[in-house]
Write a protein that binds this ligand. Structure first.
Ligand code: PA5
Length: 447
C-alpha cells in the first residue's frame, strides 16, 4: 500500500509563508482534538479506535458475518446517512461497482432505507424473490423514517418466509446499547445485535460494527481495514503543517476557503470510489456546514465527469478547488491494436489502461490548475481493505481539525432536523398540528 498526499499544485494559490503562518492555529485545533477539550468532545470515540478497538466485538462481528454467509444468498442492509454510507463505500472501494454481479461465495448485498422511493423498495424486493435472506438493520434511534419504513417491510417479508422465530434468527440489529425502538425490538424478539457507541457519531462510524458487519459479510478483511486506520493514526499523530499531511490538508483547505474557494470537489479517477465520495460528502458536509460557514463538499468521477461538469470546472465561477484521489493501480490490462486504426488510437496500442488513466489525471490536474482551480492530491497504488481504512482515518481526522479551525462543532448536525419537523407535520404526526396548518398555508401560496 502507498498513500501519498501532495500539495505541489496548490503553490501558485497559497504561499509557503501563508502555510507557515497558519501553523499555530492548526496546532491549537489539533491540540483541542487530542486533548478532548473542544466542542463535541463527547463524540471522540473514533479518535483512538484504530488502536483501542474492542477485539472481542470484532471477533463477534466476524462470527455473525460467517453466520450470515451461511444462512443467505442476499443480505439486505437497512440504514441511512452515517448508518449506511461507510459500508457501501468500503464494499465498492474494494470489490468495485459490480460486487453483486460477480461470481462469489458471499451473499449479494442490497442497501435500502436510504431514501423514500417506492420504486427502489419494489426493485429490491423483486431481486430478493425466491432467495434466502438476512437483514442487517442499522439505526441508532430506531425511529429514523426511511430505515424504519424499510425495516417494517423486510421484517414482515422475513416473518412470512420463515415464521417469527426463523425471522428473528435472520435479523441482525446494529443500534444503541440501551435505548431506542430498535434496541427494544432486538431485546424483545432476540435479534443478534451490535452496539453503536454513544461517543461515535454516524458519519464517524464506518470502522465500528455499523460498517464492519456488512463489510465483513462481503468477504473483506476487517482487521486489515482497522490496521490501515491504525497506520494512519500513527502517521498523523505528531508534527505540524510541514510534516503531518493530515494537518497540512486541513490547513490548506482552510486557507483556500479564506481566499474564496468555498467549494471542495473530491475528484476520483476510478468509479469504485464514487460511494467513497458520498461518504466523504456526509463527513465534511455535516461536520463543517453550520453557523453560516463551511466548504461545500462536492464530488466528481474522472474521466467520466470531464465530459460533463469538466467544462464548468475548467472555466466556470472560480470558487472551487479539487482534492484528487488518484488510484494508480497497474494491472497490465492494455489497449488492443487495431489493423484499421479507424479511431486513430493505435499510438496507444500496448499501453495499459491505467497508464492512459494516469496521463488523463496528469493532464487534468495541470489544465485545472491553469484554469484557476487549485489541486490537492492523494495517490493510492491499490484499493484494498488496508487502503480504505487508512484513507478513512486520514479524512476523519482532517475533518475534525478542519471543523475546529473553522470555529464550529464538527460533531453535531442540528440542521438535519428541519426537514424532518416539516415532513412529520405534513404527514400529520401527532403533536405537529399547529405547524401543519402554517406549512399547508405556505404551500397553498406557492401553488
Ligand atoms: O450522521 C448522522 O448523525 C446521521 O447521518 C445519522 O447517522 C442518520 O440520520 C441515521 O440515524 P439513525 O442511525 O438514528 O437511524
Amino acid at each position: 500500500m502507498s498513500f501519498v498526499f501532495s500539495d505541489k499544485y496548490v503553490h501558485g494559490f497559497v504561499s509557503k509563508t501563508e502555510i507557515d503562518a497558519v501553523n499555530g492555529e492548526v496546532l491549537a485545533a489539533h491540540r483541542m482534538l487530542v486533548s478532548r477539550s473542544g466542542a463535541g468532545n463527547d463524540f471522540l470515540g473514533w479518535l483512538d479506535l484504530p488502536k483501542n478497538y474492542d477485539r472481542d466485538e470484532v471477533a463477534a462481528v466476524k462470527r455473525a458475518a460467517a453466520r450470515i454467509r451461511g444462512l443467505c444468498d442476499v443480505l439486505v442492509v437497512i440504514g441511512i446517512g452515517g448508518s449506511y454510507l461507510g459500508a457501501r463505500a468500503a464494499i465498492e472501494f474494494v470489490h468495485g461497482n459490480y460486487y453483486n454481479n460477480k461470481k462469489k461465495d458471499t451473499p449479494d448485498i442490497y442497501f435500502v432505507g436510504n431514501d423514500i422511493s417506492s420504486a427502489h423498495l419494489r426493485d429490491i424486493l423483486a431481486l430478493c424473490e425466491g432467495r434466502d435472506l438476512c437483514v442487517n438493520v442499522i439505526s441508532k434511534s430506531g425511529t429514523t423514517t426511511e430505515p424504519a419504513i424499510a425495516f417494517r417491510i423486510f421484517r414482515d417479508l422475513l416473518i412470512e418466509k420463515y415464521g417469527k422465530e426463523g425471522a428473528a434468527q435472520r435479523i441482525f440489529a446494529t443500534t444503541d446499547k440501551a435505548r431506542g425502538a430498535l434496541r427494544s425490538q432486538a431485546d424483545t424478539y432476540g435479534y443478534e445485535s451490535f452496539v453503536i457507541a454513544d461517543d461515535v457519531g454516524g458519519r464517524y462510524s464506518v470502522l465500528t460494527p455499523v460498517g464492519l458487519l456488512p463489510i465483513a459479510v462481503s468477504g473483506i478483511d476487517i482487521e486489515q481495514m482497522l490496521a490501515g486506520a491504525a497506520a494512519a493514526y500513527e502517521d498523523f499523530l505528531e508534527g505540524d503543517v510541514r510534516t503531518n499531511g493530515c494537518l497540512r490538508y486541513a490547513a490548506l483547505r482552510n486557507l483556500l476557503y479564506r481566499k474564496g474557494k468555498s467549494i471542495e470537489i473530491l475528484a476520483v479517477n476510478d468509479p469504485a470510489l464514487s460511494m467513497t465520495c458520498e461518504w466523504w460528502k456526509q463527513l465534511f458536509g455535516e461536520s463543517e456546514g453550520k453557523d453560516g460557514k463551511g466548504l461545500y463538499p462536492s464530488s466528481a468521477v474522472y474521466s467520466t465527469d470531464l465530459h460533463s461538469i469538466g467544462q464548468f470546472i475548467q472555466e466556470g465561477t472560480r470558487t472551487m478547488f479539487e482534492t484528487v484521489v488518484n488510484v494508480d493501480a497497474e494491472d497490465g490490462f492494455a489497449v488492443p491494436a487495431d489493423a484499421e486504426n479507424a479511431d486513430g488510437l493505435n499510438f496507444l496500442a500496448g499501453k495499459t489502461i491505467n497508464y492512459v488513466n494516469q496521463k488523463a489525471h496528469d493532464g487534468t490536474v495541470l489544465a485545472h490548475t491553469d484554469g484557476g482551480v487549485p489541486n490537492l492530491s492523494i495517490t493510492l497504488t491499490s484499493r484494498g481493505a488496508y487502503d480504505f481504512g487508512y484513507l478513512v482515518y486520514f479524512f476523519e481526522k482532517a475533518c475534525a481539525v478542519s471543523g475546529y479551525l473553522l470555529g464550529v462543532n464538527p460533531f453535531n448536525q442540528p440542521g438535519v432536523e428541519a426537514y424532518k419537523k416539516n415532513m412529520f407535520a405534513l404527514l400529520d404526526k401527532p403533536g405537529y398540528a399547529d405547524r401543519r396548518a402554517e406549512l399547508e398555508s405556505r404551500l397553498a401560496d406557492i401553488r
